[in-house]
Design a protein around this ligand. Structure first.
Ligand code: NAD
Ligand code: UDP
Length: 340
């Protein structure tokens, strides 16, 4: 089936906006639905500046079935990329009801409308967090789904299950579960990037805020892990690579594969200290840090096996962490108070 018009829920967010750009560049016709709970509508103008195309945008909450149905009535989608969701791990621990209801309800309403309007392709933003504590690395897609250490991660496990059950019952539906590793970086123009509310939980936005003087120093959570330098190891993937991975996945869905699961990572682990040094090298800015106690729930090492995505999608990451540090810093410098 030819896929052209694609509903992108959460399309003004960090990963969604970069994906919309890649979709436009690849000749797709993306339509964004976002309730702007964690992004700004100014993103639309920035996408236009970068691509020359202003994507259609609806400020609609995916949990609002009536409003969302009107979008489905108006547009004729062939596929959906479902980014919309709340994603802050720490916040999910203090607001479990909000996380379960927003993330699950938005997906259930979306699936109901997809069935009603016979939209047969969906790409879901899952996460490496579904593997729980890895028994071995690299993580392969056939490794068991574990249990998450927080409600955010649990919503990803539950939604993977909901989508799997739905695909089992509705054989014409194609589902891609994309398990992202650690997305970082930003658009090389400096127009788009990661813009977290409050104190960043994630490493890269925290480093960027230290670099521009918004935070005093980085606190490294533990240097006693069984890793080469003792600090935690993760698989950091440039958001542009991740965005390309979605375009490759849509091409795969057009071949009617049923349910498919892919890790989107680089296959390479980087420690916290290596990341600090890469950032300093990429930007020339020194990042002061202190070593603190390990953060509860953190695993020592986590990185992806990427062979499946390469073999079946022909996709692999092109950028390295130096590129990602440069692009993340560029966005931070140009947007000290986020996108306004
Ligand atoms: P983001 O917060 O920048 O983007 C999510 C977007 O969804 C935001 O623009 C927000 O306003 C919107 N949204 C939230 N609830 C909504 C609702 N009910 N209706 C409509 N819009 C809604 O986050 P991101 O980093 O771009 O992440 C996108 C997806 O990828 C999320 O599902 C996230 O859980 C997943 N993911 C992210 C990471 C990461 O580290 N950034 C890692 C793995 C998976
Ligand atoms: N980290 C850190 N200080 C911070 C934020 C993160 O030392 O302020 C470490 C964290 O312990 C982990 C790595 O950086 O080893 C990546 O953390 P992040 O929260 O970005 O990703 P996740 O742990 O969810 O994979």
């Amino acid at each position: 089936m030819e896929i052209k018009r694609v509903l992108v829920t959460g399309g003004t967010g960090f990963i969604g906006s970069e994906t919309v750009i890649k979709l436009i560049e690849a000749g797709y016709d993306p339509v964004i639905v976002d309730n702007l709970s964690n992004s700004k509508d100014a993103v639309i103008g920035r996408i236009k500046t970068i691509t020359g195309v202003r994507p259609t945008f609806y400020k609609v909450d995916c949990c609002d079935e009536e409003a969302f149905r009107k979008v489905f009535e108006k547009e004729k989608f062939q596929a959906v990329i479902h980014f919309a969701g709340l994603k802050a791990v720490g916040e999910s621990v203090v607001k479990p009801i909000e996380y379960y209801s927003n993330n699950l309800e938005s997906t259930l309403v979306l699936l109901k409308l997809m069935k009603e309007f016979d939209v047969r392709n969906i790409v879901f933003s899952s996460s490496a967090t579904v593997y729980g504590v890895p028994k071995r690395v690299p993580l392969v897609e056939t490794d068991p789904v574990g249990s998450a250490t927080n409600p955010y991660g649990e919503t990803k496990i539950m939604i993977e299950r909901i989508l799997t059950d739905t695909q089992f019952a509705w054989k014409d539906l194609n589902v891609a579960l994309l398990r992202y590793f650690n997305p970082i970086g930003g658009h090389p123009s400096g127009l788009l990037g990661e813009d977290p509310n409050g104190i960043p939980n994630n490493l890269m936005p925290y480093i960027c805020q230290v670099a521009v003087g918004k935070r005093d120093h980085l606190r490294i959570w533990g240097d006693n892990y069984p890793t080469p330098d003792g600090t935690g190891v993760r698989d950091y993937i440039h958001v542009l690579d991740l965005a390309e991975g979605h375009v490759a996945t849509l091409k795969k869905l057009a071949t009617d594969p049923g349910l498919v699961i892919y890790n989107l990572g680089t296959g390479k682990g980087t420690s916290v200290l290596e990341m600090v040094h890469a950032f300093e090298k990429a930007t020339g800015v020194k990042i002061p840090y202190t070593i603190e106690a390990a953060r509860a729930g953190d695993v020592a090492t986590n990185y992806a096996a990427t062979d499946k995505a390469f073999n079946e999608l022909g996709w692999k990451a092109k950028y390295n962490i130096i590129d990602a540090c440069r692009d993340a810093y560029n966005f931070q410098k140009k947007n000290p108070n986020g996108i306004e």
